[in-house]
Ligand binder design. Structure first.
Ligand SMILES: Nc1ncnc2c1ncn2[C@@H]1O[C@H](COP(=O)(O)OP(=O)(O)OP(=O)(O)O)[C@@H](O)[C@H]1O
Ligand SMILES: [Mg+2]
Length: 229
């Protein structure tokens, strides 16, 4: 599938989401998935790489800073997503990265780009960007690195999803990464009749006439499902 300007569309593969964004992301898009704790960011990201492999035959790199790989695999297996099996089939490469103070954000970038190159990945997940950038000491490092990642991946046409941990305390989404990103998706927990619910919203997606409403999210045995209303 391609859009009106001829660019290839990359389906996310999570039930219904692609319908809300005219069929998919553009190849090479850089999308942020922001959300508070436990809103489903890691599940969403895993579905993005699993459906890439299973539905579209595309390879991905999944760089995890938040969860150690055994725990990530175990948790995603509960939703029928066998990251280990896909890794054995060389459809995904899982990368476990350090966020230790001064561990060198530059070397982490190198590790990621090397993994992408090595398997010929078309998609990249960084979970989470918040942890990834915690190693950046100066504001300068931070913006420099954002642009570096962005330019490199875009040039190669790698479609990238990075998660961002946000406190839902009314903080405005004006940070640098949101400006640099082609798209910003949001997952949010909220309270309804004394029950915690989750909702999804597409805040921005360049070049796309996207849904502008909140969509309810349900956790099923296969992961997240994003409902029409
Ligand atoms: N087996 C399950 N069945 C239904 N829902 C589940 C199951 N396991 C986890 N969940 C839900 O998924 C949430 C965790 O999803 P996920 O790890 O993707 O969130 P996250 O946004 O990445 O969290 P974190 O902020 O810890 O990184 C849990 O808080 C819970 O609500
Ligand atoms: Mg997570």
């Amino acid at each position: 599938m391609s859009s009106s300007d001829g660019r290839r569309r990359v389906q996310i593969g999570i039930p219904r989401v692609d319908e809300y964004i005219q069929g998919g992301l553009h190849a090479g898009d850089f999308v942020l998935l922001e959300g508070g704790i436990g809103t489903g960011k890691t599940i969403f990201s895993s579905q993005f790489v699993c459906s890439a492999a299973q539905l579209y035959g595309e390879k991905s790199v999944f760089a995890s800073f938040e969860e150690e790989l055994p725990s990530l695999k175990r948790n995603m297996l509960r939703f029928g997503m066998d990251l280990g099996a896909l890794e054995e089939k060389k459809m995904i490469r899982l990368v476990d990265l350090e966020t230790l103070e001064g561990s060198g954000i530059g070397s982490n970038i190198e590790t990621i780009l090397h993994a992408v190159d090595e398997i010929g990945a078309k998609r990249l997940v960084v979970d989470s960007l918040t942890a990834f950038l915690s190693g950046a000491k100066e504001k300068f490092d931070y913006s420099f690195l954002m642009h570096l990642i962005y330019k490199t991946l875009k040039r190669e046409g790698i479609t990238t999803l990075m998660t961002l941990s946000r406190q839902m305390d009314g903080q405005k989404n004006e940070s640098l990464e949101a400006f640099v990103a082609d798209g910003v998706f949001s997952l949010e927990n909220y309270n309804k009749n004394m029950e915690m619910k989750t909702r999804f919203m597409i805040k921005k997606l360049r070049g796309t006439d996207h849904s502008r409403r909140y969509h309810n999210v349900v956790f099923t045995s296969k992961g997240l499902e994003i409902l029409p209303f």
